[in-house]
Design a protein around this ligand. Structure first.
Ligand SMILES: O=C([O-])C(=O)C[C@H](O)[C@@H](O)C(=O)[O-]
Length: 315
């Protein structure tokens, strides 16, 4: 049973950093629940506002519906009393509703509505898809604006008007004009989060467009750095943000960009580099090469990204 109303959940999520944990796999690429739960316990020991299980960084796109339910249930069981756990609602409408039902049964607090698979889609169809999911659940729903699910400002406003449990807009496209329109049409009725690859890169300018938080994939392996970065963004401390971009984030992008799909693989590489191996990635992703992993390890060490200088553990 969810402990927050959708509105309470939105209020909690909007002012803190959001964790998108990897899904741990064993040597056969099967879900490794023990390692996953250890990872989540570590993630939740820091003051993140929400934990999105089986999202993009969690390779939700590579999990069966049953595996997604198992991963979400493991997350709730491990950290649900400490931090709100959100689950994916993915694929076709029936599957997304099934994800929503499984998530509610597991005690998740909210849903991230991921783009449906493969086909192109326009506004009436997206509205019908998202509406069906919102109507099928009491959990708070956040729409992920990305790939074939590009919601116009009007569609988002119609969803917000129709469904009290529609609480948020996550962006993975970065079209400034579009974001301006979405915020102008919906204001404080929703909360907004950045979800571009390596969200830190865009966090400070997007704050001005109403995005008070973002999904941090790198939080997985450098949580203290990621939290310190978020604090600098919220303080609008441009000098501190720029220093951290130069010291770690921008050199990291140079490794991330060496292969398609590395946006996720590099996170599992980062965990290996800091001694918290959560296994490899499932196809169609590929693991970092030995050279790329060695370069990442060197970067983490030389940039001191594993330390913040102050203790940021959850009180
Ligand atoms: O579902 C996800 O993992 C994402 O939203 C993508 C990443 O978290 C992205 O924001 C990033 O790479 O920081």
């Amino acid at each position: 049973m969810a402990q927050h109303t959708p509105q309470e959940l939105a209020a909690r999520l909007k002012d803190g950093l959001l964790s998108f944990p990897v899904t741990a796999f064993d040597a056969d690429l099967l879900f490794d629940e023990h390692t996953y739960r250890q990872h989540l316990a570590w993630q939740a020991s820091y003051p993140v506002a929400g934990l999105f299980a089986a999202g993009g960084t969690g390779e939700g796109f590579s999990l069966t519906v049953e595996e997604t339910a198992t991963v979400v249930a493991a997350a709730v069981a491990e950290v649900g009393d400490t931090v709100p756990v959100l689950a994916p609602a993915a694929g076709n409408t029936a599957q997304a509703i099934r994800n929503a039902t499984d998530a509610a049964a597991a005690g998740a607090e909210g849903l991230l509505l991921l783009p449906p698979y493969l086909t192109e889609a326009d506004q009436e169809g997206l509205l019908a898809h998202a509406s069906a999911v919102c109507a099928a659940t009491d959990l708070g729903v956040i729409a992920y604006n990305r790939a074939n699910a590009v919601y116009s400002a009007e569609t988002i406003a119609r969803l917000a008007e129709r469904h009290e449990n529609f609480i948020g807009f996550k962006d993975g496209i970065g079209d400034i004009e579009h974001l301006t329109k979405v915020y102008a049409a919906n204001g404080d009725r929703l909360f907004y989060l950045g979800g571009l690859p390596t969200a830190e890169t865009f966090a400070l300018p997007l704050l001005q467009l109403g995005m008070s938080t973002y999904s941090s994939a790198m939080y997985n392996f450098v949580p203290e750095f990621a939290l310190a970065f978020y604090a600098d963004v919220r303080a609008q401390d441009r000098a501190a943000v720029t220093e951290k971009l130069n010291r770690f984030v921008l050199p990291y992008l140079q490794i991330r960009d060496r292969a398609k799909g590395y946006g996720v693989s590099i996170i599992k590489g980062g965990l290996k580099a800091v001694g918290r191996d959560a296994g490899g990635v499932r196809p169609p992703l590929q693991d970092l090469t030995a050279t790329d992993l060695a370069d990442l390890k060197t970067l983490i060490e030389t940039s001191s990204a594993t330390t913040s200088g102050t203790s940021l553990q959850r009180a």
